[in-house]
Design a protein around this ligand. Structure first.
Ligand code: FMN
Length: 242
């Protein structure tokens, strides 16, 4: 599976089939987590795999009673070791880097689970003390992210995500790039938009208009392609990265 396809198809799954997940797959998922970047390559993390039904129930209870979590075949609890990072990077290491390291590992695991045909979810809402108690963790380590994994019993809709142009700035805060997809040579969005416009136009007027509509859509798309070939931001980007 292509990485970007995997990223796009990953969804948070909250309903699981009562079907076992073979150990190989769980181990591969943790292996993917282990490969994540970490500040100074500290790898100040541990992965606790929970399979026991009672323990899974206790973890779900500690996750502010998100009982669906217990239905997962396995739960991986990502644990950060802040003191290791504090030694090198002080408070920033203990709090921010440790959380970021765990987040990077967690996303790797969610993606690997997706690639293996499994459902998973990122769970961040839990009572730290209750998770510590359930899994016998000492006070100097921090449960960071909880990841239930199993075969999905649902196909969640893709939740709305902000368009690229709303979240990307160029060279500075609030410096927006118009038609960002075209800027990154992703013309298909502009094309699809125009084809849809053409179709709508044509559907109103029958066959001759259908042809006219297609022609218009094609013209607009060609114009767009031409325009963004020499997009000023693109030129600047090239200059900066020469
Ligand atoms: C920091 C963080 C905490 C989250 N905590 C929970 C949680 O406690 N329970 C839950 O069901 N989903 C949780 N989620 C999952 C989000 O609800 C989910 O990622 C979001 O709705 C987008 O859906 P998607 O992951 O399918 O794109 C959390 C996600 C993140 C990043």
């Amino acid at each position: 599976m292509e990485v970007f396809d995997c990223i796009k198809s990953r969804r948070c799954v909250r309903k699981f089939l009562s079907k076992e997940v073979v150990w190989d797959k769980i181990a591969t998922i943790i292996d993917a987590g282990r490969m994540a970047p970490s500040a100074g390559n500290l790898q100040n993390w541990k992965f606790i795999v929970v399979l026991d039904a009672d323990k899974k129930n206790n973890v779900a209870e500690a996750c502010l009673k998100q009982h669906w979590i217990a239905e997962a075949a396995a739960i991986i609890v990502m644990v950060g070791e802040p003191e290791k990072a504090r030694r090198f990077y002080g408070e920033r290491g203990a709090s921010i880097y440790t959380a970021q390291n765990c987040a990077a590992a967690a996303e790797n695991m969610l993606l690997e689970a997706t690639a293996l045909g499994l459902g998973s979810c990122w769970v961040g809402a839990f009572n730290e003390e209750a998770v510590r108690r359930t899994l016998g963790m000492p006070d100097d380590v921090t449960p960071s992210i909880i990841i239930p994994i199993g075969y999905s019993a649902e196909k969640p809709e893709e939740p709305a995500k902000f368009p690229l142009e709303n979240v990307a700035y160029f060279q500075g805060w609030r410096s927006k790039i118009r038609d960002m997809p075209a800027y990154i040579d992703y013309h298909s969005i502009a094309l699809q938009r125009n084809i849809a416009k053409g179709k709508e136009f044509a559907e109103k007027g029958g066959k001759t208009l259908m042809e006219k509509g297609k022609e218009i859509a094609q013209k607009i798309s060609n114009k767009l392609k031409e325009k963004y070939k020499k997009h000023p931001a693109k030129e600047e980007f090239r200059e900066v990265h020469k």
